[in-house]
Design a protein around this ligand. Structure first.
Ligand code: ZN
Ligand code: ZN
Length: 252
């Protein structure tokens, strides 16, 4: 009896402190070009593991063995390994998983963000409760059309949130932005370290409302801290390149 209550105590104790454990398990599907296999995806602070009876596909990766971790949606996780695929025909070095139950929460995103050794690509923003310094409604431009959302600029990050297309939502710390520009007043472009065929992925936003001129300098100083004070005159509110930029065609 005494032993049973000890076990019960242990169970209750561990159930009550999930944060300390930080091990997440999901039943998942590994997507292949042809068909798929099923297994268990385990995410811990030390590793990401895929356990499956399909032995060839079972893996354990330490975080430094992953080139890119992408949370494509709360249900989809894509892992790019450094694995050489030439001797494993048909098995890509990109592992795509679909969670069959549960989802990637803000808490798991936070864990991945802490542990990933390369920039994390995530559509699930880690939980924060601070207010953005700047916020504007935007359209994220695709090759054809686009999706509607909000661009939020914080002291330590830039966030794009799209309810219309949640899988396009992104979270970048300033160190994860390779380049950014505002070619015209109603445009905002972010070049991330996210890998895509043909190089890093650019996000083009059409601003549905102008950002204050100071927003550009605010982001600039954070993306390029070493080049800060590029031009004192431009750093003054109202003198920014953006304010001197093109006016709408209707104002002749
Ligand atoms: Zn598989
Ligand atoms: Zn989009």
């Amino acid at each position: 009896m005494c032993r049973l209550s000890l076990i019960l105590f242990a169970i209750i104790f561990f159930v009550a402190t999930p944060v300390a454990a930080q091990n997440y398990e999901f039943s998942a599907e590994h997507e292949h070009t042809l068909r798929s296999c099923r297994g268990k995806l385990v995410i811990t602070p030390e590793k990401i593991e895929y356990q499956t009876e399909h032995k060839d596909h079972a893996r354990v990766w330490r975080y430094d063995e992953l080139q890119q971790i992408k949370v494509e949606s709360p249900k989809k996780l894509e892992l790019v390994s450094y694995e050489d695929q030439k001797w494993r025909l048909g098995l890509d070095r990109v592992f795509k998983f679909k969670l069959l139950e549960g989802e990637i929460t803000a808490e798991i995103s936070t864990l991945l963000l802490k542990r990933a050794t390369r920039p994390l690509v995530t559509s699930v923003a880690p939980a924060h409760d601070d207010a953005p310094a700047f916020e504007t409604p935007v359209k994220h431009l695709h090759r054809f059309g686009g999706c509607i959302g909000t661009l939020k600029i914080y002291p330590d990050r830039v966030v794009y949130e799209s309810k219309e297309m949640p899988s396009d939502s992104r979270f970048w710390r300033y160190s994860e932005i390779q380049n950014f520009s505002q070619s015209e007043r109603y445009r905002f472009e972010i070049v991330s370290f996210e890998d895509k065929f043909g190089g890093p992925k650019a996000y083009n936003f059409q601003l549905r409302e102008a950002l204050p001129a100071t927003a550009y300098d605010y982001v600039w100083a954070r993306v390029y801290p070493s080049k800060f004070r590029r031009d004192d005159r431009l750093a003054q509110p109202g003198n920014s390149q953006t304010a001197l930029g093109k006016r709408p065609a209707t104002e002749q």
